[in-house]
Design a protein around this ligand. Structure first.
Ligand code: FAD
Ligand code: DHB
Length: 395
């Protein structure tokens, strides 16, 4: 039963305790700015939600600056290259040698756990919050209404940060006409499995061939993350474990039977979708991470883009509170939107490079092959790719 209402005030009301909301709150705290975080799921759910796993160098630096890099530096696997397997032929992409930057393999849920642990009992983070609603956003502040621990609560605040993902309430609170959504749905999905099996190779493998795309990634030397491209609309349980392993082996090894197998710990179906809302800001409401944009998983940019937004907004809010400067806040969208389009551009480019559309013509297939040939034969092309893959091109 809901008990009678109360009103609280916080400088910054953050909706969503995913990576972007938790990081924003953490960075603000380090800069002396208070916030309240409202999360509709339980802590257990948030900590166990398996999603992304590839951290760009810039993301790792932000996490270190936020004081949550210690376990990451101990446990993450640092990668300096990956393999293309194109119709069975192996080509290494030595991205660190090409552009100087590395990537780190470390599960998103580990980042979330580290951010939660770093709070160490600090108040202002609420799980299981029901019916979060943005009641008003004005030029001076906002009002959020929700139920916290059964108590109807009105939160007044100076700023609202919508860190509530693609399906959250934040973006929906922007009046029609003030925001435009640009969306493309690609004609494939990825079936992902997390499995208690060592990876086939210590580096990631992006395999492209007649049977479709497959990716071998990992979370540790004992836990692999594998993906298969599948037709859109396929159900997450449509294939048996045996069918999944056989298809992965066919696409990754050409059917040699050498792909290590193990217990499948989790399955997920990831639609390949691109979306950008413009602008990322309406009065005192700011859109951050997946609330503002989503990318197909092909280039592993979603989490990294969310971290970049959160860092940027934290700096802008700190400028406001600590120095009374509003330029960075006013310019949040103008800076973050083009950066998001860079992430979109590279994600779409990797998506179209690695997947044959269902109606792909021979001409388009040859073009795709020609793109690969350039990437594999031109150092300039490979370096530009490496800069985007590792994220240093977007900084
Ligand atoms: P989210 O992580 O979505 O966090 C939003 C939070 O807000 C959630 O905790 C949610 O419960 C909460 N919330 C939502 N609505 C409300 C509400 N009304 N009230 C209160 N709280 C609310 N990216 C990659 O780079 N590589 C991958 O392999 C990859 N795999 C993915 C697999 C899946 C199944 C999904 C969904 C995404 C994947 N992504 C991947 C994308 C990446 O995980 C996201 O970009 C990242 O989680 C964005 O972080 P975020 O904090 O902005 O949003
Ligand atoms: C992972 C996902 C990706 O989409 C990618 O390009 C690389 C790694 C992963 O989940 O580990």
């Amino acid at each position: 039963m809901t008990s009678p209402g109360r009103t609280l005030h916080t400088p910054v009301c953050i909706i969503g305790a995913g990576p972007s909301g938790l990081l924003l709150s953490r960075l603000l705290r380090l800069n002396g700015v208070d916030s309240v975080v409202l999360e509709r799921r339980t802590r257990d759910h948030v900590e166990k939600r398996v999603r992304a796993g590839l951290l760009e160098q810039g993301t790792v630096e932000v996490l270190r600056d936020a004081g949550v890099g210690e376990r990451l530096d101990r446990e993450a696997l640092v990668h300096e290259g990956f393999e293309w397997r194109l119709d069975g032929a192996v080509h290494r992409m030595p991205f660190t040698e090409l552009c100087g930057a590395s990537v780190w393999m470390y599960g998103q849920q580990e980042v979330v756990k580290d951010l939660l642990d770093a709070r160490d009992g600090e108040p202002g983070l609420h799980f299981g919050v029901e019916d979060v609603r943005i009641a008003s956003v004005t030029a001076d502040g906002g009002r959020v209404v929700c139920t916290i621990d059964g108590q109807l609560t009105e939160l007044t605040c100076d700023f609202i940060a919508a860190c509530d993902g693609f399906h959250g309430v934040g973006r929906q609170a922007v009046p029609a006409g003030e925001l435009v959504g640009h969306e493309v749905t690609h004609p494939f999905a990825w079936l992902g499995v997390l499995t208690a099996a060592p990876p086939l190779s210590p580096e990631l493998i992006y395999a492209v061939g007649d049977r479709g795309f497959a990716l071998q990634s990992m979370r540790s030397p004992q836990v692999s993350r594998l993906y298969l491209s599948v037709p859109p609309g396929e159900g997450v349980d449509d294939r048996s474990d045996e069918q999944i392993w056989r298809e992965l082996d066919l696409r990754l090894t050409g059917g040699q039977g050498t792909l290590p197998t193990g217990r499948i710990l989790e399955r997920v179906m990831v639609p390949l979708r691109s979306f950008v809302a413009e602008p990322f800001q309406y009065r005192r409401l700011f859109l951050v991470g997946d609330a503002a944009h989503i990318v197909p998983p092909s280039a592993a940019k979603g989490l990294n883009m969310a971290v970049a937004d959160a860092r940027h907004l934290a700096e802008a809010l700190t400028d406001w509170y600590a120095h009374g400067r509003r330029e960075a806040l006013d310019g949040y969208s103008a800076t973050a939107v083009p950066r998001a389009w860079q992430g979109q551009q590279f994600s779409a480019s990797m998506t179209t490079l690695m997947h044959a559309a269902p109606d792909e013509s021979v001409f388009d297939r040859r073009l795709r092959r020609a793109r690969f040939e350039r990437l594999l034969s031109s150092t300039a092309e490979a370096t530009a790719f490496a800069e985007q893959y590792t994220g240093i091109a977007r900084r």
